[in-house]
Structures are given as structure tokens and as C-alpha cells.
Design a binder for this molecule. Structure first.
Ligand code: KG4
Ligand code: ZN
Length: 339
């Protein structure tokens, strides 16, 4: 059983072949054009997807040693994401499904992130909790059984990845900001500035990351390093210390809320997913906390944390197993929430 996965919700054009739950190929083409603008430009993303979709799908088939005739189904992201970007992947998948007479499996991008935890073994056992932490979302989801999700909490403002990207921009570190802050924080002092841990003690499972981002901005402004007439930049050591201090605040909140939710809902298995789950500090803090609290933690390999089509194929395989194919009338839904 070979499933072709297609993901085009944001700035990665990706295709993958999943054969009986095993990844046979995973091609991810990241659009470098957005770096020039310090963020994703929707129109440029749509154009890049159009240029890349055919070669990326061809390469995924070729690497897997498969042809279109070998496929059993086509799984594709239908939301949430950028409308123009989603349309490219969805329409391509619909055309292929119609031409090859194959089931079309419309997948929620966030479900894709959750089920990325099934791309390697051991996988979480149901029921499990998942912290989905990406550039567009930060939420805690309880997955009671396959494809049955309850949203327990979510960010009320910025997503954690968005805060990483905005802080990196203030520090002149380029886009995306997560990987570079992660790297610089390794040699920085996390106690240099104590930035706020928003909503950590309030007992809710919601998040807020705009405060910590603004606190970094105020610190830089008060030090005369942001927004003033002088174009002075922080020195290298200060940048490393600020990265480590900002990251410590974000990770404290993510880890604190996730394990509080696991206790509250009595779940032993905890998964983490989405671009920020590639963060080395978050990964190690989750692992040490899980060991201390007798929980089991699951985090995908870094290449399956950020956007990829293998996770879409994996989520699609759950739909296929339950006989839940989509109709060709499936539409792209930028604000899609869980079913
Ligand atoms: O899941 P993803 O690829 O796209 C969305 O669905 O949003 O996540 C992208 C986000 C970006 O904000 C990026 O800065 C962040 O994930 N990210 C990281 C790391 N790698 C990617 N954040 C922190 N540490 C990282 N190592
Ligand atoms: Zn994503």
C-alpha cells in the first residue's frame, strides 16, 4: 500500500511516498525567496509551489522506485495555511486522484504534525497528549483515539515559532529565526535577563508569547539598541545571552503547561510536533522532565518536525484505514480547525 503525500500549506513544497507506514521517500523544497523579505510572502509562495510541484512529486516517486500506477491513495493538506499555497497542492492532488481513479485524502496540516510521531517507532499509544508548536500554531491537543482530537488549550496571540522569528528579526538574525536562535543560545547565558513566563502559573492550558517578544524589544530599546536614532547593534555575546534568555522563557512555559496537562488528563504518553519541536533545548527539557515524572515522550526526527509531506501521508493512512476518503469537491480552508 503506497500513499503519495503532498504538502504546500506555507513555504515548503513537499512530496513523500509512504509504503505500509514506512517512509520510502521524502522530498522537501524550501522556498529561499522569503529570506529576502524576512517572512513568508503569500503570492511568492504560491508561485514557487506551482513551479516546484511537478518536479518534487516526480522526485518523490523516483526516489521510492515507484510509478503513479503503484499508488493506492493521495493524501494532501487542505488547511490550515495560505489559500493560494494550499490551492496548488490540493488541485494537483485532485487532478491526479481523478486521473488515476484513486481515493483522495484531505488532511488537516495540524493533524499531519500530530501523526508525524508515527513516522518512527516506538509511536505513542492512544490516548496521548500532543503539544503542537509551530510558526502558525501553539496548542495542546488530547488524542483519545485515532482521528479523535480535543483542543485543550492554544495561544491567545503569537505562536511560539512566530515569537522566535520576530525576536530573530529584532536581533538582525534573518528568517526563519528558530534554528539560528537555537544555535546561538547553546553558548549563551539563560540567566542574563529573566524574561516573563506568561500565563505559566494561571492554571489555564492557553499560551501567550507576545509578552516575551515585547519584553525582548523593550530590553533592546532601553539599552539603546533598537528603534532609536543610533543604528548600534548588540555585540555577539549579548546576542547569544539574549537568545538563551528568550529561549529559556519560551521553553519553561511550553514544558510547564504540557506536563501540567498530562497530569490533569492522566495521560502517560506525550508527543511534541511542529517546527519548534526541532529545538534542541525543548527536546532535552521534555526528555528529562518525562523521565523525572514517569511519562513517555515522543518527538519526531528533526526533518519531520518542520513542514513535510511524509506526515501528511501518515495522517492520510489513518483516514484510509477508517474508510474516510474525501470527495473531489474538497476545498482549501485557510482557517481549518479539527473535525
Ligand atoms: O511547522 P513549521 O515548519 O511551519 C508551520 O506550520 O508553521 O514551523 C516553522 C516554525 C518557524 O517559526 C521556525 O522558526 C520554527 O518553526 N523552528 C524552530 C526551530 N526550527 C524551526 N524554532 C525553534 N528552534 C528550532 N530549532
Ligand atoms: Zn507546519
Amino acid at each position: 500500500m503506497k500513499i503519495l503525500g503532498i504538502e504546500t500549506s506555507c513555504d515548503e513544497t513537499s512530496a513523500a511516498i509512504l509504503e505500509n507506514g514506512i517512509v520510502r521517500s521524502s522530498v522537501i523544497s524550501s522556498h529561499l525567496v522569503h529570506k529576502e523579505y524576512g517572512g513568508v510572502v503569500p503570492e511568492l509562495a504560491s508561485r514557487a509551489h506551482q513551479k516546484l510541484i511537478v518536479p518534487v512529486v516526480r522526485e518523490a516517486l523516483g526516489t521510492a522506485g515507484a510509478s503513479a500506477a503503484d499508488l493506492s491513495a493521495i493524501a494532501v493538506t487542505c488547511g490550515p495555511g495560505l489559500m493560494g499555497a494550499l490551492l496548488v497542492g490540493l488541485n494537483f492532488a485532485k487532478g491526479l486522484a481523478l486521473g488515476l481513479q484513486l481515493p483522495l485524502l484531505g488532511v488537516n496540516h495540524l493533524e499531519g504534525h500530530i501523526y508525524s510521531n508515527f513516522l518512527s517507532q516506538p509511536a505513542p499509544e492512544f490516548p496521548f497528549l500532543c503539544l503542537v508548536v509551530s510558526g502558525g500554531h501553539t496548542e495542546l491537543v488530547l488524542i483519545e483515539k485515532p482521528l479523535t482530537h480535543t483542543l485543550l488549550g492554544e495561544t491567545l496571540d503569537d505562536a511560539a515559532g512566530e515569537a522566535y522569528d520576530k525576536v530573530a528579526k529584532m536581533l538582525g538574525l534573518g528568517f526563519p529565526g528558530g534554528p539560528v536562535i537555537d544555535r546561538l543560545a547553546k553558548t549563551g547565558d539563560p540567566s542574563f535577563v529573566r524574561f516573563p513566563r506568561s500565563m505559566l502559573q494561571d492554571g489555564s492550558l492557553n499560551f501567550s508569547f507576545s509578552g516575551v517578544k515585547t519584553a525582548v524589544m523593550y530590553w533592546l530599546r532601553d539599552a539603546g539598541l533598537y528603534g532609536g536614532p543610533s543604528q548600534e547593534k548588540p555585540d555577539e555575546k549579548t546576542v547569544r545571552d539574549l537568545c538563551a534568555s528568550f529561549q529559556a522563557a519560551v521553553v519553561d512555559v511550553l514544558v510547564g503547561k504540557t506536563f501540567a496537562a498530562a497530569d490533569r488528563y492522566h495521560v502517560r504518553d506525550i508527543a511534541v510536533a511542529g517546527g519548534v519541536s526541532a529545538n534542541s533545548e525543548l527536546r532535552s527539557r521534555c526528555m528529562t522532565t518525562a523521565e523525572r515524572k514517569g511519562k513517555r515522550i515522543y518527538i519526531p526526527r528533526p526533518e519531520y518536525c518542520t513542514d513535510n509531506a511524509a506526515m501528511i501521508a501518515m495522517a492520510g493512512s489513518f483516514y484510509l484505514r477508517q474508510g474516510q476518503a474525501s470527495s473531489l469537491g474538497l476545498t482549501a480552508t485557510p482557517g481549518l480547525s479539527y473535525r
